[in-house]
Design a protein around this ligand. Structure first.
Ligand SMILES: C[S@@+](CC[C@H](N)C(=O)[O-])C[C@H]1O[C@@H](n2cnc3c(N)ncnc32)[C@H](O)[C@@H]1O
Length: 269
């Protein structure tokens, strides 16, 4: 399954078609950034790039490195991982085009400790990634060992009860609500048939993180193309914006070592 995920994102790195400029040129990356933040302006407030100046940031699933570049631009020390080799190459090209540097690695986030030696980060950030991996809870299990007691986790997951999901159900799935999960998975991305795309209600997102992290805030945002009021966006936005901290039991234990994660029963499921 993870091979299918890798294959899909190698064939269609996130946002690759948002510019007509030559792929890899600086103008191309400028266009991509403009289009991405125009389409998803809530990233700016959520990532809060300037806040992480001088801090250690781990980004899970960097794609073509748009947010990665902005963390680096604001002075963060960034480590970024992704499963898609093509995306990583483009992310490296992008950082170089602007004269920034980051530690970029190929890694499966579900088995991160095999690729990234244990160290603690101030922020662990992931935008639109963990719902695309076959077993998302493995990622949270792994992330514990990269947290100190004040590490902040900021992640975006797809919201289940959103205008976007309902739209796809009606227009792509002709209202076949009993096939809801399959329809929204197949039509979740620009390129069809994404092999994995989970959608979460508030309760499901809380349950997913609960064994490892305590959620400090969760809200919906993102109504692409809809001139929405704030309330409408909070009710029907397509993204769940989640901030969390290591759960108190795990904090008191003094953080989690990679060895504990490897021994834990969650891995290998
Ligand atoms: C929708 S894109 C988001 C990319 C980026 N965060 C952005 O906002 O442009 C999803 C990315 O997650 C990566 N991904 C999916 N599963 C992964 C895993 N298990 N480990 C690492 N990266 C993964 C894919 O390769 C892809 O680049």
């Amino acid at each position: 399954m993870i091979n299918d995920v890798q294959k899909y994102w190698n064939s269609a790195p996130c946002d690759i078609g948002l510019s007509d400029e030559p792929v890899g040129s600086r103008k191309y990356f400028d266009d991509l950034e403009l289009a991405k933040y125009r389409r998803e302006p809530h990233i700016l407030g959520f990532a809060d790039f300037q806040r992480w100046c001088g801090k250690d940031v781990l980004e899970i699933g960097i794609g073509m490195g748009c947010d990665t570049t902005n963390f680096a631009r604001r002075g963060a020390r960034v480590t970024g991982v992704d499963l898609s080799t093509y995306s990583l190459v483009l992310a490296k090209t992008r950082l170089a085009a602007y004269g920034y540097d980051a530690n970029l690695l190929w890694a499966d986030a579900e088995r991160l400790c095999f690729y990234l030696p244990e160290r603690k980060f101030d922020l662990i950030y992931s935008w639109g990634v963990i719902h695309h991996t076959p077993t998302p809870k493995n990622v949270f299990n792994q992330l514990q060992s990269y947290c100190h007691k004040d590490t902040e986790l900021r992640i975006m997951l797809y919201a289940k009860w959103s205008a976007r999901a309902i739209f796809k159900l009606i227009f792509n799935g002709h209202g076949k609500w009993w096939k809801f999960h399959d329809i929204i998975r197949r039509h979740s991305e620009f390129q069809p048939d994404c092999p994995v795309a989970y959608y979460y209600s508030f309760a499901e997102a809380k349950a997913l993180l609960a064994p490892y992290f305590e959620i400090t805030s969760i809200r919906k945002a993102g109504l692409r193309g809809v001139p929405a009021g704030r309330l409408f966006e909070r009710l029907f936005g397509s993204h769940l914006l989640i901030t969390a901290k290591l759960s108190s039991a795990r904090r008191n234990y003094g953080g989690v070592r990679v060895e504990d994660v490897i021994d834990s029963e969650d891995i290998g499921e």
